[in-house]
Write a protein that binds this ligand. Structure first.
Ligand code: MG
Length: 276
């Protein structure tokens, strides 16, 4: 794979990604794939063939779970990832099934929004989520995979503290600068410098800060039109030694999504030529 290979976030039947026809139209060489529903995951051989046949490299399979909602920040805290206690065991089991699916389609990385991990390591939730991350990492290690945590809900130093507590070499960061703005969890470029050596995949997404960061959502924007500072973001990725794919995320749907991502591909191609 070429350095900074451009990609898009895709989905087959679950998640907000572009479908395969859309990816073909965009003409990019890589994708991240939102894990399909359990029933569809049984057709791994067929899915592998569909992406390979389109000349696409799938770089990360992202786990998502029934019952997750990103409606507002308190709802994310209650419903997302491995933090909610009621769904913890079944989601842990499903994560392993998703890792198996990723292996079956030839992918060496599983990604996830793990949820709101408390910053205080004396909080019992902290210990439980550390144990969950260790269990997922160990399972993924057996499949020669890394486990990538999507950034957003925590500061750079808090994420680094969590990494040290988990203590597994195959734990990695999927860095999403826009999420940090959307959640109000800190200046993304600064955080990227803090966790840079752990970054194995990234999202290229943009956003404006909310009037009351951390209490209400910021606003997601087309790439280059928000407050991430796209050029500085790319220069910082270069500084921390990141050479992996640049995966575009645009969390709207339909025509608008394809048009915005098409413009983002052109913008990234131009900036890559200038910066890398
Ligand atoms: Mg993201």
């Amino acid at each position: 794979m070429e350095p900074w290979a451009i990609g898009v976030f895709t989905s087959v039947d679950a998640g907000l990604g572009v479908d395969l026809d859309g990816v073909r139209q965009l003409g990019v060489p890589t994708v991240q794939l939102h894990a399909p529903h359990a029933e569809t995951r049984r057709q791994a051989a067929d899915i592998k063939q569909r992406f390979a046949g389109a000349g696409l490299t799938v770089t990360v399979v992202f786990a998502g779970f029934p019952g997750e909602s990103y409606a507002d920040i308190p709802t994310v805290k209650k419903t997302v990832g491995l933090v909610p206690e009621a769904t913890y065991a079944e989601r842990l089991a499903e994560t392993k099934e998703i890792a198996d699916f990723a292996r079956a389609i030839g992918v060496d990385a599983v990604g996830m929004h793990i949820g709101f991990v408390p910053e205080d390591d004396a909080d019992p939730i902290f210990g439980r989520v550390v144990a969950a991350a260790q269990e997922v990492c160990d399972y993924c290690a057996g499949l020669d995979q890394h486990f990538h945590l999507e950034t957003g809900q925590e500061t750079g130093p808090a994420l680094l503290h969590f990494f040290r507590a988990v203590g597994r070499d195959n734990l990695a960061v999927n860095f999403d600068p826009a999420n940090m703005i959307l959640y109000g969890s800190g200046e993304p470029i600064e955080a990227l410098r803090v966790v840079g050596k752990h970054v194995r995949s990234v999202h290229c997404k943009d956003a404006d800060w909310a009037a009351r960061p951390g209490q209400e959502w910021g606003v997601e924007k087309p790439l280059g039109e928000g407050q991430v500072g796209l050029e500085t973001y790319l220069r910082t990725l270069k500084d921390v030694g990141y050479r992996g794919p640049l995966t575009i995320e645009r969390e709207v749907s339909g025509e608008r999504q394809l048009a915005d991502i098409g413009a983002a591909v052109k913008l990234l191609e131009r900036l890559r030529a200038e910066i890398l």
